[in-house]
Design a binder for this molecule. Structure first.
Ligand code: AMP
Ligand code: GLY
Length: 423
């Protein structure tokens, strides 16, 4: 099978690494990729927003199967376009990807199908929103409706903060059109889990769980980010909780999406808040999480192409459930100093070979390019995913930080406490 992988993050580097191991994969290319991906598969310079370009690339390269990593091409309808010309693709249609691209859409679905989540209201008008804030009080959560690269959520501890967030979003200053409509919702207490399941619109095949670290600083302090590290499986997960998640959250979602005329096909990533053994939905994403995907790929022992292809063809019921290593995995994200705010670009990273030489360590690239002289340059906010496995979380963590300490990148930083809850 000739496969095209779309994306350029740590998630895609981990997917490329795993797809390449498949006995079904005869050829793999990636667009646009990054410096790390280009070391294992050929990359083509087509951006994830360029749907025409990606469709053309799939045709030119006689691609049999496209795997879409990030949310942007999904929300722009890449899977619809490819299916129309007979190229199977892994990922939801644009209509189904609204589970991620519109927070309001998902909240309305939860209300309609009785899926446990935070109480909420949607607003486009500032004075209505302010009146609601006064009624609810703080803490309270303000969310831009549309895509905002993981930054469109403000957990406001005071009403002043909440009003400022509403003002920022509705004025269009913060997230442009993505913030023209907002959701205001109840603050939920508890511990978060990232839960991943494949679904072909009818069948559900649970994958695995991970725990992300959203805040930029140690001890879960500072602003939200796209994720500063993760480990898998999440410590709170039990067979009993798994059953509740499937029955109360995933099944009604899959049935509801199909009943409403836009079945969801792809990987459903449920962000869950768990308190006293009861899960509630924080949000859905229509793709693998990043860095969570890196920790999942390190533990998956089944053939990834077989799973994703069956999902895209709507025959998930014909494949064996995925198998996972008992050894937990852990990922430390190295980001450019200043992230999630303003950061420098084109700084040089050294020592990657020394890090990768440590046993049971994999370094996945996110925001990197190769300079003319072959040097690895940082060009993104989140730049590297330094991952390791081990017999327990503590040893996986020791290995990952040992690898981090081999990396010579004065402009980078990372959290030093990934998996603190589990350890
Ligand atoms: P989201 O992009 O919806 O996942 O939100 C980003 C982060 O904000 C989540 O991972 C949570 O840590 C936090 N968050 C979002 N919604 C809520 C909520 N209703 N209550 C508490 N924390 C929330
Ligand atoms: N790590 C969170 C996300 O991928 O959205």
């Amino acid at each position: 099978m000739r496969i095209l992988l779309v994306g350029s993050g740590g998630r895609e580097h981990a997917l490329a690494w795993k797809l390449k191991q498949s006995k079904l994969c005869t050829s793999l290319i990636c667009a646009p990729g990054n410096a790390g991906i280009s070391e294992i598969v050929p990359c083509r310079p087509v951006s994830v927003e360029d749907i025409d370009g990606l469709v053309q690339l799939a045709q030119d390269e006689a691609i049999d199967f496209v795997v879409v990593g990030p949310e942007i091409p999904l929300s722009l309808g890449i899977v619809d376009r490819l299916k129309k010309i007979g190229i199977p693709a892994f990922g939801p249609s644009a209509a189904a990807a609204r589970l991620e691209s519109s927070k309001g859409f998902t909240k309305d679905l939860c209300r309609k199908y009785n899926i446990p989540t935070a109480a909420y209201q949607r607003f486009t008008d500032k004075s209505d929103a302010f009146a609601f804030l006064d009624k609810m009080g703080a803490p309270i959560v303000i969310k831009a409706d549309g895509l905002a690269a993981g930054k469109g959520v403000v957990v406001a501890l005071t009403l002043d903060e909440a009003r400022a967030a509403v003002e920022d979003m509705l004025s269009g200053n913060a997230f442009g059109a993505s913030g023209a409509s907002i959701v205001i919702e109840e603050f939920m207490e508890g511990e978060e889990i990232s839960y991943f399941a494949l679904t072909d619109g009818v069948n559900i095949l649970p994958l695995a769980t991970a725990q992300d670290h959203k805040r930029v600083g140690d001890g879960d302090t500072g602003p939200n980010t796209g994720g500063m590290g993760a480990y898998s499986p999440a410590r709170l997960m039990t067979p009993a909780l798994d059953q509740i998640v499937i029955n109360e959250i995933l099944k009604p979602t899959i049935l509801g999406m199909a009943a409403d005329g836009h079945p969801f096909q792809g990987v459903l990533y449920a962000g869950l808040m768990v308190k006293d053994g009861r899960p509630r939905l924080v949000e859905y994403n229509a793709r693998f999480g990043d860095p969570e995907c890196q920790t999942l790929m390190l533990r998956l022992t089944s053939d990834l192409v077989e799973l994703l292809y069956a999902c895209a063809l709507g025959v998930l019921n014909t494949v064996e459930p995925p198998k996972w290593s008992d050894h937990p995995s852990l990922c430390v994200v190295m980001a450019a100093e200043g992230y999630p705010g303003v950061y420098r670009k084109n700084t040089v990273i050294r020592g990657l070979d020394k890090a990768a030489a440590i046993a049971d360590v994999q370094v996945f690239h996110a925001g990197t390019v190769k300079g003319n002289d072959g040097q690895i340059l940082a060009v993104g906010g989140r730049v590297l995913g330094v991952c390791a496995t081990g017999p327990d979380v503590t040893s996986a963590r020791e290995r990952a930080y040992k690898a981090v300490d081999q990396i010579d990148w004065p402009d980078g930083f990372c959290r030093r406490d990934i998996a603190w809850r589990a350890i």
